[in-house]
Design a protein around this ligand. Sequence first.
Ligand code: HEM
Length: 230
Amino acid sequence: MSKLFVPLVLLAELLGLVSCILIGLWMGRYLGGFAWDGSSQEFNLHPLLMTVSMVFLYGNATMIYRIFTGVDVPRIAVKATHAGALLLATIMMSVGLTAVFQNHNANGIPNLYSLHSWLGITTVSMFLLQLVLGLGIFLLPFASSQLRASYLSSHVFFGIAILSMAAATCLIGILEKIMFSGIKYSDLPAPAIIANAAGLTIVGFVITVAYILTTNKAASSPNRNYSNLH
Ligand code: HEM
């Protein structure tokens, strides 16, 4: 394990947490706060819950096996943490999507017209497919060790791809929301600075997570005994 591993994980956590805090601050302080009544305050739950679930929690779930490689923690605890983070992400993502659809329906706004929404639905669908395949191949006892071994590199690749797609979806969503919110963007008022910084920290988080996943190969080494991988 590289000497940089722990500092990189701490950097990823810092960037991920700051991005969630900035989105929460933008929605909570500058765009009217949160509610569950179809209003724009219900919309405000969407960016916050989507960033926390599809970026921060999902990114952490992908790193869990690397973080616990070589650490004396029972394999079952690592599996449970991975599955728990993904379950929580799925629940928060479902609430975040419900919030935006309810807000659109309550205000007569068309559904699924934008690039953001198309990319978002594609990302969420791939996330759910990855979840089902991961569960079926790694968690349930039916798959052979050969199947597990051959699927692992695709699972890791698509984990990074889906996380990158989630980040891209967030960036387009942030830009849309800045444009819709009626501020003069070019004057760079406080909410615009916060939104820009949120976008940058999301990108920094995903790059750091991708670096950790692709440079610390312990969990996907070709010499590994795949029969007890998951
Ligand atoms: C991975 C994360 C995200 C996903 C999967 C996602 C998905 C979606 C979907 C499917 C819609 C369409 C809802 C409808 O048509 O009724 C939507 C709308 C919207 N989202 Fe997101 N979103 C994400 C993150 C964000 C973030 C971080 C923001 C930042 C402010 C944001 C801002 C918006 C806005 C402004 C709309 C309304 C305009 C439109 O339909 O494009 N989203 N989102």
